[in-house]
Design a protein around this ligand. Structure first.
Ligand SMILES: [Zn+2]
Length: 143
């Protein structure tokens, strides 16, 4: 499946140029044109899947395998000290391009992204009862 108006499908087909990093049978990767750090990479399946809700197992596994290979290649001081990987899934999660993509953000201790400060500023407190109710709701979703 390919969506003619999907920018990532156009990158995957070569219709739009990109700074390609690496690829495998199912997936490709390229530098994000809106990087939040030097070397910010996107890894996508070659086929169009809008996100985690419709991606098939093979494409997801291949995409994550490529993300892992890149992460292991660049971190540990070779390009960066560490990395963050994340996926935004759905509009509520701020997914802007509706083609599944995994972000690889190279991280260094002096990069000033202040991820942890932001994270800690969002931490919420729930009672034991609320935690138990939450767990029950999530488990029901998984039945
Ligand atoms: Zn697409």
């Amino acid at each position: 499946m390919q969506e003619s108006d999907c920018i990532f499908c156009m990158i995957a087909s070569g219709a739009i140029p990109s700074y390609k990093v690496a690829s495998n049978e199912t997936s490709i990767s390229f530098l994000d044109i809106n990087p939040i750090a030097r070397g910010h990479i996107l890894v996508i399946p070659r086929k169009h899947f809008s996100g985690l809700d419709d991606v098939d197992h093979e494409a997801f596994a291949g995409t994550m395998e490529l993300a892992l290979r890149i992460t292991r290649s660049i971190s540990g001081g070779r390009f960066s000290e560490g990395t963050n990987l994340f996926v935004s899934n759905g509009e509520a999660a701020d997914q802007t391009v509706k083609h599944l993509h995994v972000h690889i953000v190279p991280r260094n201790s002096d990069d000033n992204l202040q991820w942890n400060s932001w994270w800690l500023s969002k931490v919420k407190q729930y009672s034991e009862g609320e935690m138990a109710d939450t767990l029950e709701l999530i488990r029901k979703c998984m039945e």
